[in-house]
Design a binder for this molecule. Structure first.
Ligand SMILES: [Zn+2]
Length: 166
């Protein structure tokens, strides 16, 4: 794909598609400031991590606090987003190589995340997996819970940490 074509397609997606923000680092105060600025100018669907991905947030984005502190921080920030007219959806990271995740582990993680969202009153109907990595087992669990799995090209996709670049 040549550079011009890629740029044209990205611009097209940005203008005509809803932005989906995968939140990975919203616990970070620098990212959070940028998120609040972003919301002043545009709406998005926010695909958010839950406490089932605490280890991921710690390893990838250096969250230094406890699991409880992580939960409290992300919950407050998702509630703020919701109060500011943003749609909250679900984001779960299995593994990059999803074939290495057992059915039991998938159920625990996906259902753990769904239950956390419900317990905290989020009205969501979509889930996206990290790295777009899932298999038949994940699809079965998702459809059992009546959730939809959007495809990559349904949205203009960004990560929350992209907002602190440049
Ligand atoms: Zn992700």
């Amino acid at each position: 794909m040549n550079r011009y074509y890629r740029f044209a397609r990205m611009t097209f997606n940005k203008i005509f598609k809803t932005t989906a923000v995968h939140t990975e680092a919203i616990h970070n105060d620098k990212v959070w400031e940028k998120v609040k600025e972003f919301v002043k100018n545009q709406d998005a669907e926010w695909f958010v991590l839950t406490p089932v991905d605490f280890e991921f947030a710690k390893t990838m984005f250096g969250f230094g606090g406890t699991a409880k502190q992580y939960e409290k921080t992300i919950l407050q920030r998702y509630k703020w987003l919701q109060e500011h007219g943003q749609k909250i959806q679900l984001h779960v990271h299995l593994r990059y190589f999803v074939s290495m995740v057992s059915k039991k582990e998938q159920e625990e993680k996906i259902e753990g995340a769904i239950n956390w969202m419900k317990k905290n009153g989020f009205d969501f109907d979509k889930i996206v997996f990290g790295w777009w990595s899932y298999n038949k087992i994940s699809e079965e669990i998702v459809s059992k819970h009546g959730l939809v799995m959007p495809k990559y090209f349904d949205y203009y996709n960004i990560h929350d940490y992209d907002l602190i670049k440049g």
